[in-house]
Design a protein around this ligand. Structure first.
Ligand code: GA4
Length: 331
């Protein structure tokens, strides 16, 4: 990829469209949580792609639409108002800059901790742009999505014959779970049309460090996932469903059986994209290590031992696109 050098888009990378367009036809596994057999489908999808879509999730569409509208009210504020809720370290509003190491994208966002002990570090009344309504809706959304995520993690534990059904879900239902929530806004970028044949990076390629991520977006395209053969595939948007992504920690806890999925978002010239992602993470002190039950007799861990706190610290020293797990692989 190469940076564009003028105007608004200075420093934001572009990439060639070709590969992603050609490879569009990937079938995304669809899981109906209410159907028997869902757990087998889920585990197969996590092994092959690290990615699947959940339908019939019982979270009200009306509520999702309202939350999205409330989030858009924030993003429509003047830049100087939004800036009062930033910078996003660790939580709050960010624009273009992603993480502390020089990554940028055509995106603005809000980051929240979902841990009540850290809620005081979220944007608060000093951040006038974030309404009480938005705060309350975010809390309600996170509770509902966490519940659905626990259900999915319990199916995974069950199917993989882990020691207990709660071997994974307990980590994110723990009061000390270090989970977070992110709302991303990718404004439409009309200048893009001048970039004939190239597209603009909204959020650069990366895997998520946590256990599992749950993404919902409006009906705008942009999300792409990378398959094992290193090709990129556009994920057709579906505002009525949730996409689940396997994260690095779950890959380690299953000793590489489930694969964290590389993904990115490209900006669009016409339609703005809003996505919200719940990142289910363990308590800071939790050891991230292959779980008993998934391991065959005599099987050794592919990874050195580390805690979630250590992994997170290390992750924040990397660039977005780095292979963060490589530092913890046994040689
Ligand atoms: C990716 C997943 C989550 O969005 C996030 C991101 C975090 C950030 O935006 O501050 C990171 C990125 C994410 C991974 C590597 C580091 C940290 C930016 C970055 C360069 C909130 C997270 O936990 O890790």
């Amino acid at each position: 990829s190469q940076p564009i050098v003028d105007g608004n888009l200075a420093h934001i990378k572009t990439c060639k469209m070709g590969a992603a367009v050609a490879a569009d036809a990937l079938a995304i596994p669809v899981v109906d949580l209410s159907q028997s057999g869902a757990k087998t489908l889920i585990v197969d999808a996590c092994k092959e792609l690290g990615f699947f879509k959940v339908i019939n999730h019982r979270i009200s569409m009306d509520f999702l639409t309202k939350l999205e509208a409330e989030a858009m009210k924030f993003f429509q504020l003047p830049p100087q108002e939004k800036a009062k809720s930033g910078p996003p370290n660790p939580f709050g509003y960010g624009s273009k800059v992603i993480g502390p190491n020089g990554d940028v994208g055509w995106v603005e966002y809000l980051l929240f901790s979902t841990n009540p002990d850290l809620a005081s570090r979220n944007p608060n009344s000093a951040a006038p742009g974030i309404s009480q309504t938005l705060r309350e809706m975010v809390n309600e959304y996170v509770s509902a999505v966490r519940e659905m995520t626990c259900e999915v993690l319990e199916m995974i534990a069950d199917e993989m014959e882990m020691d207990t059904r709660h071997a994974l879900s307990r980590l994110i239902s723990d009061a000390k779970s270090d989970s977070c929530f992110r709302i991303n806004h990718y404004p439409a970028c009309p200048e893009l049309q001048a970039l004939s044949g190239r597209s603009l990076i909204g959020f650069g390629e990366h895997t998520d460090p946590q256990i599992i991520s749950v993404l919902r977006s409006n009906n705008a395209s942009g999300l792409q996932i990378r398959t094992a053969d290193a090709t990129w595939h556009s994920v057709p948007p579906d505002h009525t469903t949730f996409f689940f992504l396997v994260d690095d920690s779950l890959q380690v806890m299953t000793n590489g059986r489930l694969k964290s999925v590389k993904h990115r978002v490209l900006a669009d010239s016409m339609k703005s994209r809003v996505s919200m992602i719940y990142f289910g993470g363990p308590p800071l002190t939790e050891k991230i290590t292959p779980l008993r039950g998934v391991m065959e007799e005599g099987e050794e861990s592919l990874y050195k031992e580390f805690t979630w706190c250590e992994y997170k610290k290390s992750a924040y020293k990397t660039r977005l696109g780095d292979n963060r797990l490589s530092f913890f692989e046994k040689s």
